[in-house]
Every structure is written in C-alpha cells, then in structure tokens.
Design a protein around this ligand. Structure first.
Ligand SMILES: [Zn+2]
Ligand SMILES: [Zn+2]
Length: 184
C-alpha cells in the first residue's frame, strides 16, 4: 500500500483504480493507460497503470486487482521510444529555429540598411583591417551580436578576409554558427 494515497484506499476497487488512473495527469494523453503487472529487480510483483503513449507508470495496490496474473506486462520500450521521439522533435525544432535565424540574417546582409552601415564602417576605418592593421579590409566584422539588426557602428569593424576567417573559427559558438563568416 506504500504507493497508494490514503485518501483513495477506502474506495471500492473499480473507483480506486479509476482514481489512480485519472491522477496520472500524463502529458496530453488523458486516459490512454492500461493496467499492467511488473516484476522489479527485488522480485516484488507490482500492479499499476502504464500510459500506452509515454510509458509512464503509476502503481496501484495489488489487492484491488482481480486478475493480476493475466495482466499484460509493463513495457519499458514504450517509455524509451516516447522520450527518444520527444528528444528528436526538440532537436529538429532547434535546427529549424537555427535555420530561420540564418535566413533572416542573410536577408539582412542583402538590405540597403546593411550596405550603408558596411560602407560607413569601411570608410571610418580607412579600408584598413582593424585586426592586423596591415592588409586592406574587404569585409565588416561584428564584435558583438548583442544588438544585431540595430548594431551601433562601434560594434562593427573593417577587417581583411584572412583575419575574418581566423576570428570566425575562434568564434565557432552558437552565434558564430548563425552569424559568422557571412558578414562580408
Ligand atoms: Zn502518457
Ligand atoms: Zn587583417
């Protein structure tokens, strides 16, 4: 009876089982649960509800179950498959979000707004690379992505291709993967 809420224990078996099932509050799966039996490592035989969608388990008092031996077995593959699918979905949503940010940024680099900024920065820095102060700058580098799309010009510097590539490699973090390299 250790898993059983004392508030439920006095109910008739059918109501008791239904109450435990309702208490699972299992994602959006409502009552897609079935009564199963499960043998754990200690050898104890347990009865409980298992959500057939996500595999969630909720134990019940075995005394409330009439046909224990004929119950289907708890299936942990359901749970594993569900969480694996969830993980996959989150991963692909993350990819889609990244892709959308890249698309937005690449559109920005085609805009007149960016072209004007880029020209002003190259002009301010006299077309000299601000990383090496040797080569002619042909590109513009973001020193920060904090104000991206509305960056003040002090966050932009003129840079040569060679230095830009080196810095992009060093900045190969989340933002670097989105905004790096393409700011030309
Ligand atoms: Zn579920
Ligand atoms: Zn340089």
């Amino acid at each position: 009876m250790s898993d059983v809420s004392p508030k439920l224990a006095h109910l008739p078996p059918d109501q008791y089982l239904a109450a435990v099932r309702a208490g699972m509050r299992c994602h959006d799966h409502e009552t897609n649960a079935r009564l199963v039996r499960r043998e754990i490592a200690s050898g104890a035989k347990l009865a409980g509800w298992q959500c057939a969608t996500c595999g969630k388990w909720s134990a019940v008092d075995r005394a409330a179950v009439r046909n224990f031996e004929s119950l289907p077995l708890y299936d942990e593959r359901v749970r594993d498959a569900f969480w694996y699918a969830e993980l996959e979905q989150r991963r692909s949503e993350g990819e889609a979000e990244l892709e959308e940010k890249r698309r937005q940024y690449s559109a920005y680099l085609q805009s007149d707004k960016w072209r004007r900024k880029r020209a002003a920065v190259l002009d301010r820095d006299s077309n000299k690379c601000q990383a090496c102060l040797v080569r002619t700058a042909t590109e513009v580098h973001h020193t920060s992505y904090r104000h991206i799309y509305d960056e003040p010009l002090f966050e932009l510097v003129a840079i040569c291709r060679e230095c830009h590539e080196k810095i992009t490699e060093m900045d190969n973090d989340y933002w670097g993967r989105i905004y790096g390299r393409s700011a030309q």
